[in-house]
Design a protein around this ligand. Structure first.
Ligand code: ACO
Length: 365
């Protein structure tokens, strides 16, 4: 029996606090006009004190589970893709597991920069297809506002906080997560990194003085890399699935910069309307950006069951990748759950006792 991994629920969480471009222009030497024309971003959400990557992830996951009609107890695996975990360890996924009461779930974090959600989705789907698990929660969650240098106008205007989550379930009906391409080129590691807090440059007064605890980026080089791989990864994943670009109904790109997405649309010879966009309201939320934009599109009915979509992302590492999905809708047609063998034996036993009683009753007359 071939197993498929269907996306049967989706959820989101964004902080209430909105930070507009005008708000930023009061902090650093920038303007609404510069940010909008260079990036397409108008505003972003910022986590409140007491709001963490794990709390945003938990809210998004709870909504996705409700939509799928799955009890947390029935989740086999939780993957949290994030660049801003609550701690280096324990895993944020373990905190989410506890908050949800997912008592039978394994849990781990996945770090593949902004491509993390695509990687996590691929791993969870492949585990479902291989038969190892039945139900998985895949979450992208970030509080990037905590690692952004609010004195650096080159980066602080780009990022925002949020979370998105998918429930994946095994089913026999074709569809769901079809295939992926995952790529990396570590020779570009220095183009985008958070230098300290890891073990190569542990936190020290000197590191803090040099502001190494904040994200650093060579924007121009990342831009060049991003426009190249958005095109190549999309083409590769479509070809790998045995489809052509004309078969694809929508593309959910990583929401980093509108100009990068426009360049991808041009290279792929597709109208910009085919690309799901919400970066104007949330900025770059890294691993959360793809599930967030798909969440909104699904809620608005913009994406429909049966349609083919491509999720494509790039980020630090350098790491990039794309996943091709056939959208399912809230739930796939389900077969009734198979009864455990001891229940079936008990049911047959009670049926035989009933027949025996009836036969004995007839013979006694
Ligand atoms: N406001 C005003 N001026 C600014 C700002 C700002 N916020 N930021 C930079 N500038 C200035 C620069 O200092 C520079 O001035 P100079 O010419 O006097 O030196 C000028 O604007 C142009 O700078 P560029 O870097 O050439 O601007 P560019 O058009 O490339 O846009 C941007 C910069 C938006 C960062 C762009 O390069 C970009 O989007 N790169 C990709 C970034 C990205 O996607 N990162 C996320 C990757 S995913 C992940 O893993 C987190």
């Amino acid at each position: 029996m071939t197993r498929y991994a269907h996306i049967t629920g989706w959820g989101h969480a964004v902080p209430d606090q909105v930070l507009t471009n005008d708000d930023l222009a009061r902090r650093v030497d920038t303007s609404d006009e510069w940010i909008r024309s260079r990036t397409g971003i108008r505003e972003r959400r910022i986590a409140a004190p007491g709001e963490y990557t794990s709390t945003l992830a938990t809210r998004a996951a709870a909504e996705a589970l409700r939509m799928a009609g799955v009890h947390p107890r029935d989740v086999d695996l939780i993957i949290v893709a994030t660049n801003t975990p609550d701690y280096i360890f324990p895993a944020t996924a373990a905190l989410v597991q506890d908050a949800l009461g997912a008592s039978k779930a394994g849990a781990f974090d996945l770090q593949a920069a902004c491509t993390g959600f695509v990687y996590a989705l691929t791993i969870a789907a492949d585990m479902i297809k291989a038969g190892g698990i039945h139900t998985a929660l895949v979450i992208g969650a970030e509080t990037l506002s905590r690692i952004v240098d609010w004195e650096d106008r080159n980066t602080c205007v780009l990022f925002g906080d949020g979370a998105g989550a998918f429930v994946l379930e095994a089913a026999e009906e074709p569809g769901g997560v079809i295939t992926s391409v995952l790529r990396a080129d570590g020779s570009g590691a220095e183009l985008l990194m958070l230098p300290t807090c890891g073990t190569r440059h542990p936190v020290s007064p000197k590191a803090l003085e040099e502001r190494l605890q904040y994200l650093r980026m060579n924007g121009r080089e990342v831009f060049r890399f991003a426009t190249r791989v958005m095109n190549s990864a999309t083409r590769e994943v479509v070809a790998k699935a045995g489809l052509s670009l004309e078969d694809i109904h929508w593309i959910a790109p990583h929401q980093a910069n509108r100009r990068i997405i426009e360049a991808a649309a041009k290279a792929l010879k597709r109208p910009l309307d085919d690309f799901l966009l919400n970066l104007d309201r949330y900025g770059n939320t890294s691993t959360a950006s793809i599930p967030l934009v798909i969440y909104e599109a699904a809620q608005e009915g913009r994406i429909q069951p049966g349609q083919y979509g491509v999720l494509v992302a790039f980020g630090a590492g350098l790491i990039w990748g794309a996943t091709l999905v056939q959208w399912t809708g809230p739930r796939p047609a389900r077969k009734p759950p198979r009864m455990a063998w001891h229940r079936r034996v008990a049911q047959v036993g009670s049926w035989m006792r009933r027949v025996r009683r009836q036969v004995e009753g007839l013979l006694a007359r």
